[in-house]
Design a protein. Structure first.
Length: 190
């Protein structure tokens, strides 16, 4: 699927980030996973292959082309019956979602992470993991000079990181692996 992603310019997780993701999923063995940002189904497939056979994935994708390609890839991988793909804006979808998840992968629009944060906290089970990819946004979050065109995204990600680290309900780790990852475990019910 990595080659296919390059062919259609799909944003997929980098190799070290996927390794950390699958390690967390394999350790936790979540029953219900929520993914923000399906793309072509690469990370969703990796999570399902490393979780238990009874694990179900709900994944949200705005781009219709990617959503259709993801469904085909889930089908090819023999995982289609374990996947619920929602086409739509994740910000609108998560605001209306009910139920709880054991694991949430946040890998959608970087400028929206802070907007999603309270909804994702509400949807996460105690003991569950929020795994947010690309939180350092090409290193710009740690940079003193931010290009004007990236300022809004960087400010939003900076606020997201700060709020995750300050939230006493989470045990949060910020890793500088590749483009930055937050792994946060919810300690108490919100």
């Amino acid at each position: 699927m990595r080659y296919e992603a390059g062919d259609v310019s799909a944003p997929i997780m980098r190799e070290e980030s996927v390794a950390l993701l699958t390690e967390e999923v394999e350790r936790l063995k979540p029953k219900r996973i929520l993914e923000i940002g399906t793309a072509i189904g690469y990370s969703g497939t990796q999570m399902l292959f490393n979780a238990g056979e009874d694990t179900r994935l709900t994944t949200i994708e705005l781009d219709v082309f990617f959503a259709e390609l993801a469904l085909k890839n889930f089908e090819k991988s023999g995982l289609r019956e374990r996947v619920r793909l929602i086409e739509g804006d994740a910000g609108e979808v998560v605001a209306m979602m009910e139920g709880r998840f054991d694991f949430i992968l946040l890998d959608g629009p970087k400028g929206q992470y802070e907007h999603y944060r309270p909804y994702l906290k509400r949807l996460l089970n105690v003991g569950g993991i929020l795994f947010a990819d690309n939180v350092l946004f090409k290193g710009y979050v740690n940079d003193y000079y931010i290009k004007h065109k990236h300022r809004t995204i960087v400010n939003s990600l900076t606020l997201f990181i700060r709020n995750m680290q300050k939230d006493p309900d989470f045990e949060t780790r910020l890793l500088e692996t590749e483009d930055g990852i937050i792994i946060a475990k919810l300690k108490v019910e919100s």
